[in-house]
Design a protein around this ligand. Sequence first.
Ligand SMILES: [Zn+2]
Ligand SMILES: [Zn+2]
Length: 270
Amino acid sequence: MLDSEFQHNFHTHTFRCKHAEGDVDDYCEMAISMGMKTLGISDHSALPDDRWLSARMRYIDLPEYNEVITNAKIKYPQLRVLKGMECEYIPEQQSWYEDELFGIYEFEYLIGAAHFFLDSDEKWMPTYGGTNSAKALIEFGHYTAKMMESGLFDFIAHPDLFGNCYQSWDANCTACTRDIMAAAAATGVGLEINALGIRKQAAKSSNNPFPLYPWLPFWEEATAHDVKVIVNSDAHRPSDLQGKTGDAFRIVNDLNLHHMDVTSIGARYQ
Ligand SMILES: [Zn+2]
Ligand SMILES: [Zn+2]
């Protein structure tokens, strides 16, 4: 029997996003062989206008993605398979997430993820390479808070992604983090400690000056707020289904953070 902390994963990508390997069945079989109980599939979301297409599925792939997950639920009854996606939050498309994703396709959960963020001039900025100033950090924090307030997402993937290009923790980081924590406390949306980040840190080249993620001061700040966290592997291949999640759980335990009740994910649609 696996320790309970290794029985679930809600952050899993398929080949459709063009930078991951394997399909839903491959992950299901790996999860079963590892003794897992829950597998949430959450590929990078299709978007109706096919923007940012290089690292996500195409809009025309969405019906087939829906179908393979629906079929896997029947094919692998011993595993709780959940239908999800990892989404950017595009405020003017709020009704699309509600009507098409939750309504027509019956998605069971969505992950909010700010790989891009909308700034105060209503311009989209990339988080990779873009959160490198005080202004950008403020805007990243505000955007992430809005994402939580939308009511669409169960948790936020790697909310500390700004560590990809911000070198040292300072008051700007603390201010951004407090905005994120306040929204998480008010909405009950979870904050993800992302084990792909730990795998990236392990593989980081010695001349990369940035902390990447998880960035420990972010999670230390979390101890001062009434927030819930969740550990996921962010698997981009079946063999990474629990890659470094033990290290992520160590952060939860060392800081005495409150892990989400994972049985609540997807429960509102059952
Ligand atoms: Zn990815
Ligand atoms: Zn992901």
